[in-house]
Structure formats: structure tokens, C-alpha cells
Design a protein around this ligand. Structure first.
Ligand code: HXC
Ligand code: NAP
Length: 300
């Protein structure tokens, strides 16, 4: 991104220290870039240490500033605690957390095993809660303020056929956002969420559009009222707003950024009802290929 992509003045996030889970790739990387361009110190975590290091180096080479990569599996509470100890001892408390890490794949629900459900829910539902809880306890104990933004999907409002473990888990985080906004809001910790529509990322497309059947081009989307997918800086601008001074009274909200796809009844995978057994088999094989490629790069 260039400064012209962002609607805010450089320096807006000076003094902010923000952790983005899953910040090495996709939307997490774009938010990391936006935050560092605005002067925040940024921490990114994920399971592939090499991917995180590449991202941190790339962003610092492009924009200066401080981006710290930490390999951490958010399914493991002790690993989260170690990561937060490292961050707290590297310049003090965080001021913000973005729950962005996720796992997902399209599947007929009857084809899922309990392990398949857990592969997604342990990252999204449990892992995001574990990070939020550990950060929250630290902020409360120290009397510090904090802003938490969770990256959800519009499925939290209308369900997610063929992505049921993800939709259920994101819906849980939506309720977490609403609940903790009330419980901890008066103690200076606020909770909001972003529900993006389709933003083409390598990680999502490998698992949600694994055989390339539903994409017309990377930009065009005739099913969306605005005729296109989301642009990365649009997402970055919204995340920056939610972590910037001046947005403090926004609490307990889930904001869709989807071109009104959800209001038009879209944004999900209901159209896959017509897929044949062969199409599902091909999708599953392609997804598992992507899973194996990514797994081979994990360092934690
Ligand atoms: C059915 C499947 C499957 C598939 C895996 N499984 N793929 N079941 N259909 N296509 C099952 C496996 O068979 C196994 O169960 C279980 O899931 C665990 O599989 P593993 O490969 O061992 O899992 P693991 O290595 O832990 O990987 C987790 C993962 C993987 C979630 C499966 O995809 C991952 O790490 N993803 C991270 C990145 C990611 O998903 N990004 C996309 C986010 S996009 P059995 O019983 O056979 O052992 C997103 C977009 C939302 O959320 C909105 C868009 C509009
Ligand atoms: P992505 O690039 O695959 O991002 C997911 C990230 O989560 C990866 O960096 C992954 O890194 C990390 N991650 C997964 N499991 C983890 C774990 N156990 N511990 C730590 N990190 C973990 O996909 P994306 O499209 O950018 O998705 C980012 C977020 O946006 C997700 O919450 C997704 O649900 C949401 N979203 C995306 C879209 C879209 O259209 N792209 C739409 C709506 C919502 P490792 O594999 O290295 O751990």
C-alpha cells in the first residue's frame, strides 16, 4: 500500500502497540501494514515462523517502524502466555488485539469428522477466546485500556451453509464481542468486530474456492451488489479507525464490509447445494493439498 491508499494521517497510531493473530498473511498482513504505516508497533503471530519473518521484514523495509514476528499456535494457552510475556517485556502492555487467525474450508457438513470440526473451531472459537482472555486479564490487572477487534464473517447473521464449523465459531466470537463490550467496557477495554465479505487472499481462496469454479476474476464478482470483491486498503482503513484515538465510544459493534452482499442475501456458499459428489471430492483433494503445503512450513 502507499500513503494514498489510507484515509488517515501518518502518526495517527503513534504509541499504539497491537498484536494481530495470523498477521503473516492475507488480511492480517494488510492490517499490520496499515497499522505500521500509521506509526503503531505491531506484533504478528502464526504457526509458520518463516512466513512471519518474511512479512515483518517486507513491511519494515517498505515503511520502517517495528513489526515483530512471534511463532505461536493460539490453540495452546501456554504458548499464548509465553508470547504475551515476550511482548509485555518488549516495551510494555499491548494497547490493541486483532483476533484475525482462522482456519476454514468448504465441506458438506455430513462429510465432516469430529476432528474436522475441531480443526476449525479450536483455532477460531477457542484460540481467539484464549488470546482475548489472557490479554484481558493483563489489562484488567494493570488498569490499562485496550481495544479488541475480531475478524468475523457476515455468516454470523445469516448462517454459513457448507462452512458450518467456521460460521458457528465466528457466531460465538460475535457474542463474545457483545458480551465483553458490556462486561469490560467500563474498565477501559472495548470490543468490536469486522465482518468482511470476499477479499481474495491465498489462504481463503485455496480453501473456499479450491477448484477455481466460483471465481470470474480476482476483482469482478457479479453476485455482489457492487460488482466486485473487497480491496485490501478498504479493510485496513476500517481496522485503523477502530484502533485509533477518537473511536473510543464505538463498543460492542460488528461492522460488515461486504458491498452489501449480505443484505442482498449473498456472501455464503448456499449455491454449492448443486455440487455433485465428484465436485466435492475434487474440492476436498485440492483443499487437503493446500493444507499439507502449509503444514510443512509450520515451525510450532
Ligand atoms: C472435510 C477436512 C477437509 C475438507 C481437512 N479436513 N480438510 N474434512 N473436508 N476439505 C479434516 C481432515 O480430514 C482431518 O480430519 C481434520 O480436518 C484435520 O485436518 P488437518 O489437515 O490435520 O488439520 P490441520 O493441519 O490442523 O489444519 C487446520 C485446517 C487448515 C483448518 C484444516 O486448513 C489450516 O490450518 N488453515 C489455516 C488457514 C486458513 O484456513 N485460512 C482460511 C481462512 S478464510 P480426520 O478425521 O480425517 O483426521 C476464512 C474466510 C471466511 O475464514 C469468509 C469468506 C467470505
Ligand atoms: P489466511 O491468510 O489463511 O489467514 C489466516 C491466518 O491465521 C494465517 O496467517 C494462519 O497462519 C493463521 N493461523 C491459523 N491457525 C492458527 C493458529 N492455530 N495459531 C496462530 N495462527 C494461526 O486467510 P485470510 O483470508 O487472510 O483470513 C483472515 C481472517 O479474515 C480470518 O479470520 C478469516 O476468517 C477472515 N475473513 C476472510 C475473508 C476473505 O474473503 N478472505 C472473508 C471474511 C472473513 P499459520 O497457518 O502460519 O498459523
Amino acid at each position: 500500500m502507499t500513503p494514498d491508499d489510507l484515509m488517515f494521517k501518518p502518526g495517527l497510531l503513534k504509541g499504539e502497540r497491537i498484536l494481530i493473530t495470523g498477521g503473516g498473511t492475507g488480511l492480517g498482513k494488510v492490517m499490520a501494514e496499515g497499522f505500521v504505516m500509521m506509526g503503531a508497533e505491531v506484533y504478528i503471530c502464526g504457526r509458520r515462523g518463516g512466513v512471519l519473518e518474511e512479512t515483518a521484514n517486507e513491511l519494515m523495509a517498505a515503511h520502517g517502524g517495528k513489526v515483530v514476528p512471534i511463532a505461536c499456535d493460539i490453540r495452546v494457552p501456554e504458548a499464548i502466555s509465553d508470547m504475551l510475556d515476550t511482548i509485555w517485556s518488549d516495551g510494555g502492555a499491548l494497547t490493541g488485539l486483532v483476533n484475525n487467525a482462522a482456519g476454514n474450508f468448504i465441506s458438506r457438513t455430513e462429510d465432516l469428522s469430529p476432528r474436522g470440526f475441531e480443526a476449525i473451531s479450536n483455532i477460531v472459537f477457542r484460540g481467539s477466546f484464549y488470546v482475548t482472555l489472557d490479554c484481558g486479564k493483563r489489562w484488567l490487572a494493570e488498569g490499562k485500556t485496550g481495544a479488541v477487534t475480531s475478524i468475523l464473517t457476515t455468516w454470523v447473521w445469516n448462517g454459513g451453509p457448507f462452512t458450518v464449523p467456521s460460521a458457528m465459531s465466528k457466531a460465538g466470537l460475535n457474542v463474545m464481542t457483545q458480551s465483553l463490550a458490556v462486561e469490560w467496557g467500563g474498565r477501559g477495554i472495548r470490543f468490536n468486530a469486522i465482518a468482511p465479505g470476499p477479499f481474495p487472499t491465498e489462504g481463503a481462496w485455496a480453501r473456499l474456492n479450491p477448484t477455481g469454479e466460483s471465481s470470474e476474476s480476482s476483482e469482478y464478482d457479479s453476485t455482489n451488489p457492487m460488482g466486485r470483491v473487497g480491496r485490501m486498503p478498504e479493510l485496513a482503513n476500517l481496522a485503523i479507525y477502530l484502533h485509533a484515538p477518537g473511536s473510543e465510544y464505538v463498543n460492542g459493534q460488528t461492522i460488515a464490509i461486504d458491498g452489501a452482499a449480505y443484505q442482498a442475501g449473498g456472501g455464503g456458499f448456499g449455491q454449492l447445494r448443486d455440487w455433485s459428489d465428484e465436485q466435492w471430492e475434487a474440492a476436498r483433494a485440492a483443499i487437503q493439498g493446500a493444507n499439507a503445503r502449509d503444514r510443512s512450513k509450520r515451525t510450532v
